[in-house]
Design a protein around this ligand. Structure first.
Ligand code: GN1
Ligand code: MG
Length: 357
């Protein structure tokens, strides 16, 4: 992205400050995100939303702005400084919208950067896992009185298992022989787990598990911590939509309990950390157990396995499709991510068996 484009987009927003410099925050796989430093000392996060992936950007923006406003109200008792570190603040454009569309049709949004904060790609202490659990459980608790039907479904069927299977089947029809051959072992694994991976979906469809406001992308790199490793804020609320609690419980486990990054290629390094699972679950339940039903609680561990699986399936599908969805750095990046996630499922299954027996 050219500097002029970033500056032009930044200047549409109501911040009364001058663009000094920028750097890319490159950990996301979909949007383009930049840290913008300004003359006023307040820094911002400028984001170009990928409108190929998110077809309804105005809906996405209104979802996340409304959820932030809800959280701000619920936490209004906090001192202002603290509140601004615990909830994302979106900045309006000079026209009073929360997004700007440039001449090329790109959508931009701006939020205040939370200073002195850090994120983790992998977790290296049970305390961080516990803090992550508290924040994600807290997010679900604080949004439990937000009417989920008021949210746009910005990516329809985002965590819908039959939908992800049908995309996988379509990809198998168009994949090159070479890619099918390289992925064979994992394609077989997908089929072998099919029934078990539909259990949560079936409970959702039967109404035994209810729809709530969920974040839907609770990987640990979407949680901000302060410099003492205390949890601050859940970020990247682009995919806030109606969903089941298992999505958010599970996607966090997927990243917190992986002893390696999600694209680590040395699979001996990819192991499920049961200590972190317990610490995360403790923090999570402290915050949200009171609003969950016995059925929701019972299926949390399966929710974790299901979320690791669905992301593995999506990486594998994207590999078969020739890498059209996730940003990749090299030709087998998606296959490596899928292998990593399947190894994590294997390790989780072993460790959880020992734990629950
Ligand atoms: C994508 O863009 P990012 O990195 O926040 C993806 C998530 C996946 C994640 C895997 C809209 O999230 O669903 O879990 O990659 N987001 C979208 O790291 O597809
Ligand atoms: Mg995201």
């Amino acid at each position: 992205m050219k500097l002029e484009h970033l500056q032009e987009a930044f200047n549409q927003f109501n911040h009364n400050s001058k663009f000094l410099s920028h750097s890319e925050l490159a950990s996301g796989h979909i949007n383009d995100t930049y840290l913008v430093k300004t003359s006023a000392g307040i820094n911002y996060v400028l984001q170009r939303i990928n409108h190929g992936v998110f077809k309804n950007v105005p809906g996405l923006i209104s979802n996340k702005v409304n959820v932030s406003k809800h959280l701000q109200k619920k936490l209004a008792y906090l001192p202002k400084y603290e509140l601004n570190r615990k909830v994302l603040s979106f900045v309006e454009t000079t026209n009073g919208d929360y997004y700007y569309t440039d001449a090329e049709g790109n959508y931009w949004n701006l939020m205040v950067y939370i200073d002195n904060s850090i994120t983790f790609e992998t977790v290296t202490s049970a305390d961080v896992a516990y803090e992550g659990g508290k924040l994600i459980g807290g997010f679900l608790n604080l949004t439990s009185d937000f009417d989920a039907s008021k949210l746009s479904e910005v990516i329809p069927k985002f965590h819908d298992m039959p939908f992800r299977f049908s995309q996988f089947e379509d990809a198998l029809k168009v994949a090159s022989e070479e890619r099918i051959e390289k992925a064979k072992e994992y394609i077989d694994l997908v089929w072998s787990l099919k029934d078990e991976m539909h259990i949560i979906q079936n409970l959702k469809e039967s109404g035994d598990i209810k729809l709530r406001v969920t974040h839907n992308d609770t990987k640990i790199s979407n949680v901000l911590f302060d410099t003492d490793n205390k949890g601050l804020c859940v970020i990247d609320t682009d995919t806030v939509m109606p969903g089941v609690v298992h999505y958010d419980f599970g996607d966090a486990i997927r990243t917190i309990c992986n002893s390696a990054a999600e694209d680590e290629t040395d699979l001996d390094k990819v192991n499920f950390n049961l200590e972190y699972y317990k610490a995360y679950t403790k923090g999570f339940l402290e915050q949200v157990e009171s609003v969950l039903t016995p059925t929701e609680l019972k299926y949390l561990p399966l929710g974790a396995k299901t979320m690791i699986f669905i992301i593995a399936l999506r990486f594998l599908t994207d590999y078969l499709n020739g890498d059209i969805y996730f940003k990749t750095k090299y030709p087998e990046h998606n296959l490596d991510r899928a292998k990593n996630q399947f190894k994590l499922i294997e390790s989780m299954t072993q460790k959880m068996d020992v734990y629950s027996n």
